[in-house]
Design a binder for this molecule. Structure first.
Ligand SMILES: *Cc1c(COP(=O)(O)O)cnc(C)c1O
Length: 462
């Protein structure tokens, strides 16, 4: 499989190269040149298989000959062995016709583990082969950082630097990043928002001397391998409810557009997904873009679903590239316009996007109310991101079509929001029970590329 950049001026790469690179050298994002498909028979045959086997079948065409079948199989097995549920992504019924896909059974209690654990394994294979050392740099709104640290901690040929917005992540999220004692783990508290962290990340990647000097690698959801790994659970979930013999709707709580883009790829591969519903919190750039046709940034306002407090949705560039007929020059021009605030989406592209996606938003009050409603109706305690999805999903239910809402984090990651809604603090699972007794290590840094660069040069061990 060959990978091309959304801005059309970066080298065409294979899967391994695209994964190790992260951001394309022209500032764009890599996408597979063609989308592989599965026949209805092949999809039907996935029913009842272990998660790992479905992953192998779904991911093989994207990986191509970058890894052998045995290597890929081993990487998948090791990636999910540490999950605390044998189904990996269990589906539970919330109400007749409405299901929750629990994606928080990995080591850091959010869906980011699905992709990050696999990337960790694939990086190790690639680095063992090449003998290279890399500096992983990530920006996080909370959950990507801990998932990346968990996937790469302790490896001798990797340093992992994670930038997060100072004061804007939950205590559990921060402690998951600041308490690992491994010398190759570096948590950086940036004086800014998540969008600032993401912008600095792009600055450093676009500084090619620095990038090559430290062997910069990116594992944010701009990394294609992240999106790819998330395609799998759309298949396992839909097939368990009767796909391909039946259409299934999905609602996805969205920030950086990574998870829902994976849903689009599942659909493009042949999975009969009906509605693909974007659910945003009060930071609703995506909902506004689809309803008004203007992709325009605002100021990210801190919310009780902080992992979605985003105003520049990185992976939306990939959806735009597909909607603009894979026109790299057009996407480059639009991304330049975005720097000065935004742009109108062309009529043709907007129509295409509206054919694929519908959208809705949940305010803070609506999110809190939905946590309480679900607790009252089912006894189940859900995290605020999940509550955003459930609220929007309930506005899009269709008779006879199962709806699956993605439950992206364990409620114990956001105890304050949950307590505010239902008056109980969900306990952390046993492997994390002592999180608040562990020592923290954090470096505070200015929202400035040069400062971050010096820090990386001074601290890296690899
Ligand atoms: C990252 C995250 C999201 C948003 O996912 P995107 O891929 O950025 O759209 C939603 N919920 C939780 C808990 C997350 O960690």
């Amino acid at each position: 499989m060959r990978y091309v950049s959304t801005r059309g001026r970066a080298p065409v790469l294979n899967f391994e190269q695209a994964m190790m690179t992260g951001l394309a050298r022209d500032g764009g994002l890599y996408l597979p040149e063609t989308i592989p498909t599965l026949t209805p028979d092949q999809i039907a045959a996935l029913a009842g298989l272990p998660y790992e086997e479905v992953a192998l079948r779904v991911l093989t065409p994207f990986v191509g000959d970058s890894f052998t079948q045995d290597e890929l199989k081993g990487a998948i097995a090791r990636a999910y062995a540490g999950f605390d549920h044998v189904s990996r992504a269990p589906l539970i019924e919330l109400a007749p016709g409405h299901h929750l896909l629990e994606l928080f059974h990995g080591p850091t209690l959010a869906f980011k583990d699905f992709a990050m654990q696999l990337i960790g394994q694939l990086f190790q294979l690639a680095l063992a082969r090449s003998g290279d050392r890399v500096t992983i740099l990530g920006a996080t709104s909370g959950d990507t950082g801990s998932a990346a640290i968990e996937a790469f901690r302790g490896l001798t040929n990797v340093d992992v630097f994670i930038m997060y917005p100072h004061g804007r992540v939950s205590d559990v999220q921060r402690r998951q990043m600041s308490t690992p004692a491994d010398a190759n783990v570096h948590a950086l508290a940036v004086d800014g928002t998540f969008d600032d962290c993401q912008a600095r990340l792009k600055d450093l990647f676009n500084d090619h001397d620095f990038r090559d000097g430290v062997g910069l690698a990116g594992v944010n959801s701009i990394n294609w391998a992240r999106v790819m790994a998330q395609i799998v659970y759309y298949f396992t979930a839909a097939v368990s409810l009767g796909a391909p013999g039946r259409v299934i709707d999905f609602t996805v709580p969205t920030g950086n557009f990574g998870d829902i883009l994976a849903g689009y790829f599942a659909k493009a591969m042949g999975l009969p997904i009906g509605q693909l519903v974007i659910a945003t919190n009060q930071n609703d750039i995506l909902h506004r873009a689809l309803t008004t046709g203007e992709y325009r940034t605002g100021t990210a306002r801190p919310s009780i679903s902080p992992s979605m407090d985003i105003q520049v949705s990185s992976n939306f560039e990939r959806a735009l590239w597909l909607a603009y007929g894979r026109d790299g020059a057009a996407i480059s021009a639009l991304m330049d316009e975005l720097k000065s605030g935004g742009f109108p989406i062309s009529q043709g592209a907007l129509e295409q996007l509206r054919e694929i996606y519908v959208s809705g938003r949940a305010s803070e009050e609506e999110t809190t109310a939905m946590i309480a409603t679900i607790r009252a109706e089912t006894g189940q305690v859900i995290c605020p991101h999940t509550a955003v999805a459930v609220k929007v999903a309930r506005e899009h239910l269709r008779p006879g079509v199962p709806m699956i809402s993605l439950s992206t984090a364990h409620p114990a990651k956001f105890p304050d929001a949950v307590e505010g809604a239902v008056g109980i603090r969900p306990p952390l699972p046993p492997h994390m029970a002592d999180l608040f007794e562990r020592d923290e290590r954090i470096t505070r840094v200015a929202n400035d590329a040069e400062s971050i660069k010096s820090l990386i040069l001074a601290r890296r061990t690899a």
